[in-house]
Design a binder for this molecule. Structure first.
Ligand code: ADP
Ligand code: ZN
Ligand code: ZN
Length: 732
């Protein structure tokens, strides 16, 4: 008897067998295709599952199998290549296949709603309406005009009526007379075209011509181009070629809300249907974008991380912009790297993948150096701009005001008076990172995390930046009842206050997740800044994400020390990327740019490297280091984490997994732990981790499978949650 094998969203890392719906013939069953959605009973619930295979029999006795209730789709909604991608991702990341499939469908379809192709809302004549003679309704000219339009076509879209100056009220009158009815028109799949491009400089031109030679079949290319070197222009021209060949382009970017300019540039360049996919969309909007990508009417799909799972009818090119960006890695639930999935997807779709960055990840550099990726460089800034000069200010023994040294204050003053813009980078939001009692030394800590609370003075609250907890600011020390509570350390809110007092005649913009909550906040800010009036931008790393601020000529890093002493193995790489990206905001057009880095450790090798070496050379040195230590990308990492209400249970669970897996693991596998996570308690849960480090990819995969199988077989106490993180970004 044929059996249907399904992926079902659940915490279980396996597929589930079902019997075909009652009354279905064998021929009908045999014609079912993987990817179709089915409605099935699962425990007490009715859920949507995805068909993965039709098998001739099950390992389980047929009597124990349940029947599928209903087949939702008559055709699979996603192409075989995407199905394979999901299967690959479920295996590679050891994540439950049903949840991985969920990533490829918008919520409405995950919930089992029938698929509807989207179209344009419009109107058509009823039978009665069709019977009217031409020139009817002469007493009502508007209605007559609407009728004439409807008589000339099968259906007319709302937009066409609007363009013709006919209001919805007129159509409702026709509807009331039984002459017209609402309908949906097929969405037009028009041809795309592009508007004139910039003339490329010689470096850009040679990169583009190389890229145009590899538009067929899979290849992966790393485009390493300094900030402002015109990578985006190269993408645009490559996409123009892709559209001309009648194919779709998928463009991944780190965060859409933060980069309105990128979207605008695409919109201005192409006469094409560009759809956007990101977490800020409503479900209906998301569905429309997804469907347009799927049915091929969207020419360009621009999206964040999860858009890498969007079905495409005619994929021709995948671009991952700012490929080093940490936001491509999902940090909870299905922990995947959208960049790595994009490369795999290119392989399965047989189309080229382009990874671009001014500060490539060591992973991508490693692949480029090893010859797995093609590698192109843009070493100069496009147009007239040159790279900024970088210097450090030694702040030891200096009188600092809200973190700023006298020399920096003067430099800011000078730029403002020359009617230029200044960008100040401080990677801590809030007023101050610590509230302390001056009498007894008490420090305000989060009740749920091993972390200090941040002072937010304007709100008069203390907030935890790890779990979001918030409490009102105490008046007295809870320990000694003294009233001398002091804020120590520096956050953007405090520096903003100082800047307003010192540079009050100029506009000051604070940019962090506290001030950029509103949906269009970033777009409005960018518009304001790009009017080019003198002023100060003060913000966190939000400011570094690929923005283009033409009038910024001075960039200053207020506190580089906060970046210098990270315990994580990627600490230096991150710092070099961050500083290079911040510095890259300076002098992007014409004006000579200057970058100032304040530190108590101006001789620290990492800062010296920033001043004297470019990112590329720094990164290559770091890569040599990783090879020596066997850390990624030279070696492979995996972390098993637990999350539990007490501290001992998780550790014991991981200990059991470790002891039982040990003998079966390949010899090059190193296990570290179990140990408490560096921040052991977070949001009230104790966290513990077991780290696996492998020399070889193959043994890493083998060991991962063994460890995950062991963890699945180990009974977990109630309340204990465990998760796998393949290729983790950090060891936290
Ligand atoms: P990147 O993506 O590498 O940061 P962009 O593509 O944003 O660089 O280009 C930086 C600036 O240089 C933009 O203002 C862009 O319009 C301009 N630009 C890019 N290419 C050219 C070119 N060939 N000629 C003139 N200006 C260019
Ligand atoms: Zn006290
Ligand atoms: Zn907390």
């Amino acid at each position: 008897m044929p059996v249907l094998r399904l992926a079902i969203p659940s915490p279980l890392r396996r597929l589930f067998d079902y019997l075909p719906p009652r009354g279905m013939s064998d021929a009908e069953v045999a014609s079912m295709q993987p990817g179709m959605r089915l409605s099935v009973p699962f425990g007490p619930r009715q859920v949507t599952g995805y068909l993965v295979a039709v098998c001739s029999d099950s390992e389980l006795p047929a009597a124990t199998l349940k029947h599928v209730d209903a087949i939702i789709d008559s055709q699979p909604l996603i192409p075989p290549s995407l199905l394979q991608l999901c299967e690959w991702a479920a295996r590679y990341y050891h994540h439950p296949p049903g949840e991985v499939f969920n990533a490829a469908f918008p919520r409405l379809l995950r919930e089992g709603k029938a698929h509807q192709s989207i179209g344009l809302p419009g109107w058509r004549l009823t039978t009665h309406g069709k019977g009217l003679p031409a020139g009817a309704l002469a007493r009502s000219p508007r209605q007559a005009q609407a009728l004439a339009l409807l008589q000339g076509a099968d259906a007319i879209s709302n937009r066409q009526f609007k363009d013709a100056g006919i209001s919805p009220g007129v159509l409702r009158e026709l509807q009331a007379k039984g002459l017209a009815q609402k309908c949906t028109l097929d969405s037009p799949s028009s041809d795309a075209s592009s508007r004139p491009a910039l003339e490329l400089n010689p470096e850009q031109a040679s990169v583009l011509s190389a890229l145009l030679k590899t538009t067929e079949g899979f290849s992966c290319t790393l485009l390493e181009g300094v900030t402002g070197s015109g990578k985006t222009e190269v993408y645009l021209q490559l996409i123009a070629d892709c559209l001309q060949r009648g194919k779709q382009a998928l463009v991944l970017i780190p965060e859409i809300g933060l980069t309105p300019q990128t979207l605008d540039r695409f919109g201005q360049r192409f006469e094409a249907n560009i759809v956007v996919l990101h977490s800020g969309l409503g479900e209906a909007e998301r569905y429309r974008s997804w469907e347009a990508a799927r049915d091929g009417s969207a020419h360009i799909v621009i999206g964040t991380r999860s858009a890498v799972f969007t079905p495409l009818r005619t994929p021709g090119l995948i671009i991952v912009d700012e490929e080093h960006d940490g936001s491509y890695k999902q940090q909870d639930g299905f922990r995947y790297s959208a960049r790595d999935v994009a490369v795999k997807r290119g392989q399965l779709e047989c189309c080229p993948v382009l990874l671009g960055s001014a500060t490539p990840s060591l992973e991508s550099l490693h692949n480029a150096v090893a010859g797995r990726y093609r590698h192109h460089h843009l070493r100069q800034r496009a147009g007239a701009a040159s790279l900024p000069a970088i210097s450090t200010i030694d702040v030891r023994r200096q009188e600092l005001q809200a973190g700023l040294s006298p020399a920096l204050i003067e430099a800011i003053d000078l730029r403002l008076k020359s009617r230029q813009q200044v960008l100040l980078f401080l990677n801590r939001r809030g007023y101050a990172p610590t509230l302390q009692c001056h009498d007894c030394g008490w420090v305000a800590e989060c009740r749920a995390c091993d972390a200090r609370l941040t002072v937010h003075r304007k709100l008069a609250r203390l907030r935890c930046h790890h779990c979001g907890a918030s409490e009102s600011m105490p008046r007295h020390c809870p320990q000694c009842h003294g009233n001398r509570l002091i804020s120590t350390g520096l956050g953007t809110e405090q520096t903003e206050g100082f800047l307003r007092r010192r540079f009050g005649q100029w506009p000051i913009f604070r940019v962090d997740s506290d001030t950029m909550q509103a949906r269009d906040a970033m777009r409005e800010l960018v518009t304001e800044i790009n009017r080019g009036e003198p002023g100060i931008l003060l913000g966190t790393q939000m400011l570094t994400k690929g923005h283009h601020f033409p009038a910024v000529s001075l960039v200053a890093v207020i506190d580089a020390d906060a970046l210098l002493f990270s315990a994580d193995f990627r600490g230096e790489e991150r710092m070099a990327q961050l500083l290079t990206q911040v510095a890259g905001r300076a002098g992007r057009v014409g004006l000579p740019g200057e970058v100032i880095i304040q530190s108590h450790y101006p001789d620290h090798p990492a800062l010296q490297a920033m001043v004297s070496v470019n990112y590329g050379d720094q990164a290559r040195a770091l890569l040599a280091n990783r090879r020596a230590t066997g850390m990624p990308p030279a070696g492979q990492l995996l972390i098993l984490r637990t999350d539990c209400a007490d501290s001992a249970t998780g550790e014991k669970f991981l200990q059991t997994v470790r002891d039982q897996a040990r003998a079966a693991l390949p010899p090059d596998i190193q296990l570290i732990g179990p140990l408490p996570s560096p921040m052991q308690r977070r949001a009230g849960k104790f966290r513990c981790q077991l780290i696996m480090l492998a020399r070889e990819r193959r043994s890493a995969r083998q060991a991962a499978a063994i460890l995950v199988a062991r963890a699945e077989a180990t009974p977990a106490r109630r309340g204990l949650k465990w998760s796998v993180d393949v290729d983790p970004l950090d060891l936290y």
